[in-house]
Design a protein around this ligand. Structure first.
Ligand SMILES: *Cc1c(COP(=O)(O)O)cnc(C)c1O
Length: 399
């Protein structure tokens, strides 16, 4: 966060930024790749210089819980992709989300958010907020009028996520950010599902964007991480909370995420295309009751998605006829899908909400959230779409 390695970021395409953004200038040695700096502390021969760095008067690093060059390069790459003033990273996506919430808010705060936020986020609202005297009002995700009315009743932070997990609801960021601005509230958006390739919430009026870098940013399901980007004054407060409380991103994870991000635009473009093709295929299948994908014109969020997204993402979900029994029979017949609680990787990943996004809920609670037991969440990988389609067709035929 403290350093800016990037070149002029105004005229570059997202594919170019994904490759070159944040890459450090060569210093000592001629490595073309950002090195993994496995050093807890950074030494100084000159105490005056040490003091200047420690006081933030001069760029540099002091101690690994605060900053690290590999971690800084990762922050710079995502900062450029989100068009943000500043970025700060965390050990996980949930570290980033709780750092954002607890770094900015204090007792008495009122947050307006959605019923469909990521499971961990919703746990923070429902379980940990009351302990510190903070309130989170969770509104019907697509009832924008009701959300605006709730914001008008008093709001310190509007916390959004779009598209949502697992039913791919789309939230109108520009409209709700406008209402939040009138109420003097800060606006934060979880952009994990969309990625900066498909959506830039800051350009739509948000103040902060948060990512689980574990998912699409890294893209290879081998490193956990999180990041918050946006207004510099807010990001600095969140960075300060993290440097003190300590949910720091590991340099090795930062390296894996940086390397993964170089192909972000390639991967996400492919995943967008394949997901749309598979959504259309599944929609016409007799054993599929319903497909949830914002790229389909029938999807209730399609118009908003067309306005605020450049692609409809690589995530989709579909409802198989026959409920949870059918899900249990279908999933093991998929040849090209990890059955796992993850998403956004190069491999296709499939699973039911009961073991992934909504594992903590009862059947009744899932039903109340509009999540039927026959639902399958399908994170499209970068395989050839013809193989994924055949795989789904064969597995559905066996039902
Ligand atoms: C996975 C996920 C998170 C949490 O990220 P972790 O890296 O697992 O802590 C937050 N938001 C969304 C939308 C996610 O998919």
């Amino acid at each position: 966060m403290e350093e800016q390695y990037g070149k002029d970021d105004r005229e570059q395409g997202r594919g170019t930024l994904a490759v070159w953004g944040g890459e450090m200038p060569l210093k000592g040695g001629n490595a073309t790749q950002v090195p993994v700096v496995h050093s807890v502390a950074f030494g100084y021969g000159d105490v005056e210089e040490w003091l200047d760095v420690a006081l933030g008067k001069k760029a540099g690093h002091i101690y690994g819980r605060n900053t690290n060059p590999t971690v800084a390069a990762f922050e710079e790459k995502i900062r450029l992709l989100e068009g943000a003033e500043a970025a700060t990273s965390f050990s996980t996506g949930m570290g980033a989300i709780s750092g954002l919430l607890f770094g900015l808010l204090s007792s008495g705060a009122r947050v307006v958010s959605l019923k469909d936020t990521y499971g961990g986020t919703s746990k923070v609202f429902l379980e940990f907020f009351p302990r510190v005297g903070m309130e989170a009002v969770l509104c019907d995700t697509t009832d924008f009028g009701a959300i605006e009315a709730e914001i008008a009743r008093g709001c310190d932070l509007l916390y959004l996520e779009t598209p949502t997990n697992p039913t791919m609801k789309v939230v109108d960021i520009a409209r709700l950010a406008g209402a939040a601005k009138k109420a003097g509230a800060v606006v934060a958006v979880d952009n994990t599902f969309a990625t900066p390739i498909n959506q830039n919430p800051l350009a739509l009026g948000a103040d902060l964007v948060v990512h689980s870098a574990t998912k699409y940013l890294g893209g290879h399901a081998d490193a956990l991480g999180g990041v918050v980007c946006g207004r510099a004054d807010l990001v600095h407060r969140i960075y300060h909370y993290r440097e003190i409380t300590g949910a720091t991103l590991h340099p090795m994870s930062a390296y894996l995420l940086l390397r993964g991000m170089k192909t972000l635009e390639l991967r996400v473009s492919r995943q967008n295309e394949s997901a749309l093709a598979l959504a259309k295929f599944l929609q016409g299948h007799p054993k599929v009751e319903k497909v949830f994908y914002p790229g389909l014109p029938e999807h209730p969020g399609h118009d908003v998605a067309c306005r605020q997204m450049r692609g409809f993402s690589g995530m989709l979900s579909f409802l198989v006829r026959g409920g949870f029994d059918a899900v249990k029979r279908l999933l093991p017949n998929l040849r090209y899908a990890h059955l796992a609680a993850n998403l956004g990787a190069v491999e296709t990943i499939a699973g039911p909400p009961a073991t992934t996004s909504h594992v903590e809920c009862t059947v009744e609670e899932r039903a109340a959230l509009g999540i039927p037991e026959g639902l399958i969440r399908y994170s499209v990988g970068i395989e050839n779409v013809s193989d994924l389609r055949n795989d789904l067709e064969e597995a559905l035929a066996k039902l």
